[in-house]
Design a protein around this ligand. Sequence first.
Ligand code: ING
Length: 312
Amino acid sequence: MDNRNLRIAAAQLGPINRNETRSEVVERLLELLRKAHNKQVQLIVYPELALTTFFPRWFVEEEEDLSLDDFYEKEMPGKETKKLFDAAKDYGIGFCLGYAELTELGERFNTQILVDSDGLTVGKYRKVHLPGHEEHEPWRAFQHLERRYFQAGESFPTWQAFGGVVGMAICNDRRWSETYRCLALGGAELILIGYNTPIHYAPDPTQDEHASFHNHLVMQAGAYQNGCFVVGVAKGGVEEGVESLSDSCIIAPSGEIIALSSTDDDELIVADIDLNLCRNYKDTLFDFDRYRKPGSYGRITNQSGAILPEET
Ligand code: ING
């Protein structure tokens, strides 16, 4: 079978400060796009919430000089992001971009879009797994109010694009094995995941030292168990005082990391992948149709929490 080569890039971002304008951020995205163009990249992946600082770290009350709505996009592309769409189309480069979406109906989503090389939006994904808490919890060094500021998406769509089948996930989604399996059952060969991950996890600080290990563990496992390439792209560094994980990476269906960032700043990492490598796993060890036993997996969709066995 001839190969299905794709040159893909993870466009990691360093911190975006609260007072940085969208136009200034778009200039950073364009600089990474230019670097990608110079390396003949075909698809560039930006992080989660790539247009603003990670505002769920604050309890934002409506004030005269700041409204929560200021962090959301009411249209995509908007007037600032149109520059990115136009440049990508001129270069013939597809891209994946994470942003806070405010719909005409007033719904709020943590969203990622996939745009193909002629500038048309192929698909949109809305984050399903929302971590953190709903109410202001002042005991925390910083908040994690995604469950207050967003509503959850309800599905894991996939699309035919870039010569294969592409799916998207966002940040906390990558920690749940259901994410990868649902995407792979939709044929996904390439899963694009943006993330903003504080190193410190207030409910259990013993996890902090494992932040980098856990980040790669879940994406490497997801890639291998589903015969997929996975691209994980950070907004990292110390953003408004919060130390956030970088370690952006590109992972092969073997589970191996084939490209890894080395800074906490804006950084482009590139890999040449052959989507046919997915077949090595999907047609053998992880031949879903031959080996999976959905009839035995009822608990996975019938329950949210665990149901313990009777005392013996
Ligand atoms: N961030 C985090 C993530 O799942 C989190 C939530 C924070 C988990 C700190 C663990 C520790 O990577 C988002 N945005 O989902």
